[in-house]
Design a binder for this molecule. Structure first.
Ligand SMILES: *[C@@H]1O[C@H](CO)[C@@H](O)[C@H](O)[C@H]1NC(C)=O
Ligand SMILES: *[C@@H]1O[C@H](CO)[C@@H](O)[C@H](O)[C@H]1NC(C)=O
Ligand SMILES: *[C@@H]1O[C@H](CO)[C@@H](O)[C@H](O)[C@H]1NC(C)=O
Ligand SMILES: *[C@@H]1O[C@H](CO)[C@@H](O)[C@H](O)[C@H]1NC(C)=O
Ligand SMILES: *[C@@H]1O[C@H](CO)[C@@H](O)[C@H](O)[C@H]1NC(C)=O
Length: 512
């Protein structure tokens, strides 16, 4: 019996009791009243019990139980025979009476507020067909959702499997919240760089093209969306997010903070951007020890050797972990923050959907981009002098990842973003000419190997039993400004400590 039906039964029982109460109230009011109260209370307890023990709620892994047969099976036999998507793919199903009721106190993490900021350029004008069409040239694909079905038109191939796993993720969202996604149409850019420059579209009424992508910066208006790696990154053997989280969590238990190496650590590909090559200079050498240890990740070699040396869970061995951007934002940030080590964030230029919720000195330690080595040396020395504080920053950063970025909330972010986006539509989308219907069968049935494994592992096997978190309202302009300012202030504070430290070091070395 679904939770929804149970709720309905309870409601009916209460209504019945209520009518009986009315009928007999004139005879023995007190006795009936107390029995009604009893019934009511037990109904509540029953409902509460249902909630806590049968349906474990949105805890980390309960919803993706892989042992049980899925409620929404992958119908590959049918797909292979007919090459058509199942009829009832993700149209309305049970549980939906439940989804309308937002639980009080179930507010989304504060970074969800940026959904309103990202959509602000269309607040006055709405979104017209013409605007969407203007986002076509830079897009890799166009996606239409109509009556819960998904239609895809691909324009050009994306790098590696970015588009494939992004599309897979959207299909899983529709399995997670079946019948809950509004009709919409969107253009998606799978490249690193955001493209819609705000200076070309002065607000409030210029109507920029709405283009979805993985990140944005201060100069662009691209709408940020979770990247493909949440469903797996085949080329680097990085598993779907919930598996990686579990692996890193296990490894964190094995290596406690104080036993980790007291240095800043980074491993990655330095050839994707000048700033990363710059970081190599901070590696320990005969002349200098900047408290920093950096290693080059050779993905070609790794893939030949079966990814033996690139397991993310084996990289939580140092007390401090460096995050540095590549061509643009890097998917590595969430893995780095998950380690329980204090994250050293080299001043980022780009933002993705969740990083806007991170606060310096609470979740991470800010590092200068234009003086990396001295900044890193100071940060590590400060941490080793203040181990409790450094450990607490590391833990808070990881808590943010485990609590505010669990997979359910990634889906909730997508859900709210797409809902708010669709509210702005000034036209009814239609199926584009040449588009094909897309469903999980069409993507997962024909593939094999790691593709298939990652798809099956990240497949949503039954609809959510709880409603999405409730979207917080937009920031009002003063509190928005205060939030941005306080982050800048905290970063500035660290830079001031750093300057004072180096001044005193230099003074002492001159004196000697
Ligand atoms: C469907 O076809 C693919 C190959 O295209 C095959 O690998 C798979 O086993 C088939 N599945 C079923 C259930 O027939
Ligand atoms: C499709 O949904 C209808 C009602 O929602 C149901 O009666 C029917 O059995 C479903 N068909 C399949 C193939 O699941
Ligand atoms: C950095 O230094 C360590 C320790 O000497 C060394 O093992 C590593 O290869 C160096 N990294 C680079 C990129 O040179
Ligand atoms: C760390 O402690 C040492 C010894 O007390 C001190 O000389 C040094 O300046 C401190 N460094 C930082 C960054 O706090
Ligand atoms: C910045 O931080 C300092 C010290 O933490 C505080 O005194 C100051 O008022 C802050 N300034 C702003 C603009 O928030």
């Amino acid at each position: 019996m679904g939770e929804c039906q149970v709720t309905m039964q309870i409601r009916r029982a209460i209504e019945e009791a209520h009518s009986r109460l009315k009928k007999y109230a004139s005879i023995t009011p007190r006795a009936v009243l107390s029995s009604f109260v009893f019934l009511f209370v037990s109904a509540l307890v029953f409902a509460g019990w249902i909630h806590t023990s049968i349906f474990p709620g949105p805890s980390q892994f309960s919803i993706f139980t892989t042992s049980k047969a899925p409620d929404i099976p992958l119908k590959c036999t049918e797909w292979n025979m007919t090459r058509t998507c199942p009829v009832n793919y993700t149209t309305k199903q049970t549980h939906d009476c439940h989804l309308h009721h937002h639980k009080p106190g179930n507010e989304c993490p504060s970074y969800f507020r940026w959904i309103h900021e990202d959509l602000r350029p269309w607040k006055e004008t709405g979104i017209t067909k013409d605007m969407v069409e203007r986002a076509r040239p830079p897009a890799h694909f166009q996606l239409v959702i109509l009556d819960g079905k998904v239609y895809l038109q691909k324009f050009r191939p994306a790098y590696q499997t970015r588009d494939v796993f992004t599309l897979w993720g959207i299909l899983q969202l529709l399995r997670w919240y079946p019948g809950k996604l509004p009709d919409l149409e969107l253009m998606f850019n799978c490249n690193d760089q955001p493209l819609i420059r705000s200076k070309d579209f002065p607000l409030p009424k210029s109507g920029p093209p709405p283009l979805f992508g993985y990140n944005a910066d201060r100069r662009t208006l691209d709408i940020v969306f979770p990247d493909w790696s949440f469903w797996g990154w085949v080329e680097t053997n990085i598993k779907p997010w919930r598996y990686v989280l579990k692996d890193i969590e296990e490894s964190n238990k094995r290596t406690t903070w104080s036993y980790r190496k007291p240095y800043a650590y980074w491993r990655g590909n330095p050839f994707v951007g000048k700033t990363r090559r710059d970081l190599l200079k901070c590696n320990v050498s005969e002349k200098h020890d900047w408290n920093t240890r950096v290693y080059i990740q050779d993905w070609g070699q790794e893939s030949q050797q079966g990814f033996k040396h690139s397991n993310l869970e084996d990289q939580c061995t140092h007390r401090y972990k460096i995050y540095i951007e590549g061509w643009a934002w890097s998917v590595s940030q969430k893995y780095i923050l998950a380690c329980n080590s204090m994250a050293l964030l080299i001043r980022p230029w780009y933002v993705d959907f969740f990083t806007r919720g991170l606060v310096p000195l609470r979740h991470y330690w800010p590092i200068r981009d234009n003086a990396k080595c001295t900044s890193l040396k100071f940060a590590v020395e400060w941490g080793n002098n203040h181990t409790e504080k450094a450990k607490a920053i590391g833990e808070a950063g990881s808590r943010f990842i485990y609590e505010d970025l669990k997979m359910e909330l990634v889906y909730d972010y997508m859900y709210h973003l797409l809902n708010e986006y669709a509210k702005l539509f000034r036209y009814k989308p239609t199926i584009p000419r040449g588009a094909v219907e897309l469903c999980s069968e069409a993507m997962a049935c024909p593939v094999s190997g790691t593709y298939k494994k990652f798809m099956l592992d990240s497949m949503v096997r039954s609809p959510s039993r709880v409603p999405p978190c409730s979207l917080p309202p937009p920031y009002d302009p003063p509190s928005f400004e205060a939030f941005v300012k306080s982050k800048a202030n905290l970063t500035w504070q660290v830079e001031k400590w750093e300057d004072e430290y180096w001044q005193s070091v230099n003074k002492n070395s001159k004196r000697q």
